[in-house]
Design a protein around this ligand. Sequence first.
Ligand SMILES: Cc1cc2nc3c(=O)[nH]c(=O)nc-3n(C[C@H](O)[C@H](O)[C@H](O)COP(=O)(O)O)c2cc1C
Length: 395
Amino acid sequence: MKLKGNVHYVGVNDRNKHLFENLWPLPYGVSYNSYLIADEEKVVLVDTVDVCYFELYLKKIRNVIGDRKIDYLIINHMEPDHSGSLALIKQHYPDIILVGNKKTFDMVEGYYGVTGERLVVADGDSLNVGHHKLNFYLIPMVHWPETMVTFDSTEGILFAGDAFGCFGALNGGCIDKDINTDIYWNEMRRYYSNIVGKFGNPVQKALQKCSGLDIKMICSTHGPVWEENIAKVVDMYDKMSRYEAEEGVVIAYGTMYGNTEEMAETIAEELSAQGIRNIVMYNVSHTHHSFILSDIFKYKGLIVGCTTYNMNLYPEMEALLSKVAAREMKNRYMGYFGSFTWASAAVKKLCECSQKLNFELVGEPVEMKQSMKADSCQKAKELARAMAERLKADR
Ligand SMILES: Cc1cc2nc3c(=O)[nH]c(=O)nc-3n(C[C@H](O)[C@H](O)[C@H](O)COP(=O)(O)O)c2cc1C
């Protein structure tokens, strides 16, 4: 599929995998994007695809270049969903020169035992391949140490690796202006929050590094090619990496028999009565945590509540909060509540968890014995009002 000039899309779609990284559900599938610059002088392949799709991938490459050889393979990112076909590409194109940075080649050898001719590039280096001039910029920890981007200054195309990527296979077209992009926005936030979310500072550095480039097209390794929505995509990455969020509250609760859920409902109703429009409620046992995390990235407020389970937190709540903590999020408001039947632990444990998060606590924690009564109902409403007031103070 031609993108621009003699730059082609040669990626593949995966609608078979259930869990990306064996962790994240893929309701819309995922694409592994690879690009081919068929310059009159040299042929350049940018990243590869998951090895399961190699035969199809090779066919796509040959549909563009026929029997021409490939001169360079640029490796922007070594994660195996992109580097997986590297060894087979090398077998089919033995004279290909691998292009990466110092950290890339440690991984090339470690994963695939591939040696041979290579071009080691440093930050800011460039490569002329005929009409196209390619510039390399290292963006370490977005989201691996070897990650880099390649900028084709001839066409204004940023080959961005995983940056600006999202879940969701491509259904026919691949450039945003030609397709309905509705499904990709939430999937971009879910991709970012779960996979890149911890690396806010490196993402900010990468954005600064690329800010001077005259980018006309962003070719990421997952999801659509961005042409019409470049400003929107960059703005989303900028906001997410600064942990900026919208007014709204995620209420995540863990319950076995519904009493703790009743308290969550009470809190939600009161938040709504106080004029908070964006309220999303999640049963932590029912919804995959990747979706909950995505909304915690979206909204400023978080209220969590769960039962005591064998003198500890309800296990799914413990799991969710450890994922939140691992992302080192900032600029969030948090409240919490818990329940018990004979010996309380949940509220105490939620307090310990909240201290590990860098969130501003709002309201008084609410503790409920067995079922909701008038006093715990009142306290739940007070917690909701404190959250609403804190959010409204930012308006
Ligand atoms: C397996 C199991 C373990 C529990 N462990 C405790 C406990 O250690 N201390 C306690 O006070 N309640 C314990 N409970 C009771 C719950 O914390 C909770 O009060 C009860 O499930 C009602 O809340 P719910 O309707 O939201 O599930 C336990 C319940 C179950 C099913």
